[in-house]
Design a protein around this ligand. Sequence first.
Ligand SMILES: [Zn+2]
Length: 454
Amino acid sequence: MIHQRVRYDDCSNGALIFDPATGTNVNNGVLTVTTTENLNGMTWQNCGRIATNGARGIDRDYTMIVCPDVVNFGGAAAWGQMTGSISWYRSRYASAPIVQMHELGHNLGHSHSGKDGVTYKDPTCNMGNRGSWSDTGSNFCFNAAKTWANKWYEEYHVTVDPSSGSYDGTLVGINAVKEDNIAETGQDVVIKIDSSGETDLYIIYNRETGANNEVPQNGDQVVIVAQSTGGSTSSWRAALSEGQVYTQGGWSGNGNLIVKVCSLETGTPGSARVLVYATGQETLSCDSSPVSAPVNAPVSAPINAPVNVPVNAPANAPVSQPTQNDPCKDNSLDFLFRNKIERNCEWIGKNSKRIDARCQDPAAADNCPDTCNTPGCSAPVNAPVNAPVNAPVSAPVSQPTQDDPCQDSSSTFMFRNKIERNCEWIGRNSERIDVRCQDPAAADNCPVTCSICA
Ligand SMILES: [Zn+2]
């Protein structure tokens, strides 16, 4: 069975490996928590609370919580804190590698990967959902913006500002690094196009091999995505084959931005020669051959050493340490609990039976998001760069029965337990959709028609 540990290891070239946690009753990273509470219809947040209370004392960096299917996931297959350490899975989808990759991707600080204004539609990235939901077809990684943010290939990042410079070089896929096939110089994995006033663009050669050999679409093309800041949703812009050009007008006041693929080859490792320039700044041509080294050595060496060295060292070191900037981390100081008594997070969490009650106080929830397991801690600036040491691998037992919960089933199913219907029927009369989608079978089989994809 394929799961995220294998996939992250592959996609990161060994930089990010989630090791199974160990501890009392932990079996291969998995702890089973039992409860006498009625889980039927319970929110995923409350299911998560039960799970994390049961996992107290187990040392871990990331927690993947699998809740029974009867828990209310609000129409989603799973949720993940962004940025954070907790993800929640509806049992029937918990085994899908793409779901695990996606939710842990949120933990790492990624938003979704969209296309044409549709969230999740980017078919080149685990932060979309266009991949297979079974093991087969799950072997692919992340788009250019997310690859840049992951920093696993940082050595081979290059930034271009076409309003003052240009790029004529060769992109290789992430496979080239793993295969140790990347050239010492002149080859890159990700280009970031960064000009004042423009949304950043990112480019990769989406090589369909190795860790990425089952990428749903645009394999072996040069793919461009836009993303404004590290944690925002990316937007697929273009997939280029050999000879094709991406043009974006009015680039930072420097004419048209041009991204041109001069050549593509899929050998070992495979590479793509790419030009990036703004027409108001300069024009590059595929006919020139700047990839090869200059023929002539420079004639003269510089004659003069620089005259001036900088006189003043910076006078002041920064005065204050950054204050706590991780909203998912407990405050280490005392705070006013119930507006009348000084308490701290240790006290809040001292008695596991009281956590729920104490965390009702907003001051407790605000100051102790970790102890209170506050869902949806919002994104701090930096995604974790280091591989976490322990995490449950959580290879849940059951396969999802349906490949993609955001895709309507094409076959018929029992509607209201008594009549064979299909999604076309459910959606035929727009005024009836709401009523028909009340039937769980309709909602499960026709999540698109019933608008419950999340
Ligand atoms: Zn998501």
